[in-house]
Write a protein that binds this ligand. Structure first.
Ligand SMILES: C[S@@+](CC[C@H](N)C(=O)[O-])C[C@H]1O[C@@H](n2cnc3c(N)ncnc32)[C@H](O)[C@@H]1O
Length: 333
């Protein structure tokens, strides 16, 4: 999908390409530098349109990218679940879900801003005719449901997020939120409260135990790399946003306990040496420095591992304990 495909379905008709760039730069600055007036954009149809244009096209690959980290059975369950887009904005993630799942079930969107709701309806009606868009909190839904928070729990805050969860009581919850220390603190407060209740963590943790970086000045790093269309890359360059490396806080919970994985999470990729990959893993609530030797790997495996990013899950076996508790590990398929 390209920018021109979306233009007819925006609330605001931009006069020129430069006009589009200016509005995207303005909205992007709101999320980074001028956060004190963060909610201004919600009532401005020009900025809502710029938001839609840029984030729709970048959130689609982001959504599909993070699904690769989840257990296959969970992804299959998600495909058939009813999607409840919380703080949906113009519905970028409803769109990404529909585009990926081809589900014909009705989609629910919960959103406060009238301009966003109007924009979301315009976009939905422009692209999808085979499933209903319901801009309301669901009352009674048959089958599994997933509550999806895309860059919205950050704006709602911890208590509102938890109140929505309690009220809707879904089968699964997905958070795809900013990859920042600030949001991670909020995420841990939400995580603690969910795990004290009936929820189980599906990703990124291998159990429901305490997060080992809870009291550290750090966050659980997760990145995906995506090369966008030439046109979108050009917009990114013009407005000075790099969306090739997308950082995020991605956390998934389920009310069913069958989806938990025993795998370790790649926390941080350090500079590789001539002989090895040097990583930091989080496994069973412990942080480990590990080393994966290149010897014994073929060229394709070395190339693939040299592109590894924080966020992926890893199955491994310990080969040797090195100095200061560092582990030499062998990756399992
Ligand atoms: C940064 S936008 C994200 C929009 C969309 N999820 C996306 O990722 O493209 C955050 C959205 O959360 C909405 N929001 C904030 N607080 C809310 C609340 N209490 N209830 C519903 N929506 C809320 C805002 O109106 C805004 O549209």
């Amino acid at each position: 999908m390209e920018i021109k495909d979306c233009l007819p379905y925006l609330l605001h008709q931009f006069k020129s390409e430069q006009d589009v760039f200016d509005a995207i730069a303005e909205i992007s600055a709101k999320f980074t530098t001028n956060r004190e007036n963060i909610s201004d954009y919600l009532h401005d149809e020009r900025l809502v349109s710029a938001y839609t244009l840029y984030y729709l096209l970048t959130n689609i690959p982001k959504f599909e990218g993070v699904l690769k980290w989840l257990p296959e059975e969970f992804v299959n369950e998600l495909k058939n679940a009813t999607f409840i887009d919380m703080g949906a904005g113009p519905g970028t993630f409803s769109f990404a879900f529909k585009n990926w799942s081809h589900s014909s079930k009705a989609i629910y969107q919960v959103e406060l801003s009238e301009a966003m709701k109007k924009q979301a309806r315009l976009l939905w009606n422009g692209f999808f005719t085979d499933s209903e868009l319901i801009q309301n909190i669901p009352s009674q839904v048959d089958g599994p449901t997933v509550m999806f928070f895309g860059h919205s729990a950050n704006e709602m805050g911890v208590e509102t997020t938890l109140r929505y969860i309690e009220r809707i009581n879904p089968t699964h919850i997905v958070f795809l939120e900013p990859g920042t220390k600030d949001f991670f603190k909020k995420m841990l407060l939400i995580r603690d409260r969910l795990l004290l209740s009936t929820w189980n963590q599906v990703y990124p943790c291998s159990s429901n135990a305490q997060c080992p970086i809870k009291d550290k000045d750090d966050w659980c790093h997760q990145y995906i790399h995506h090369v966008h269309t030439d046109e979108l890359e050009r917009v990114g360059q013009k407005v000075g946003i790099n969306r090739r490396f997308m950082s995020m806080t991605f956390q998934v919970f389920s009310n069913q306990n069958v989806f938990q994985t025993a795998k370790a999470k790649l926390m941080r990729v350090k500079d590789e040496t001539k002989f090895s990959f040097e990583w930091v893993l989080c496994h069973n609530e412990q942080i480990y420095e590990v080393q994966v030797m290149k010897r014994g790997l073929n060229k394709a495996q070395i190339k693939e591992l040299s592109q590894a990013l924080a966020g992926r899950l890893i199955d491994y076996q310990i080969e040797k304990v090195l100095e200061q508790g560092k582990l030499r590990i062998k990756l399992l398929p």
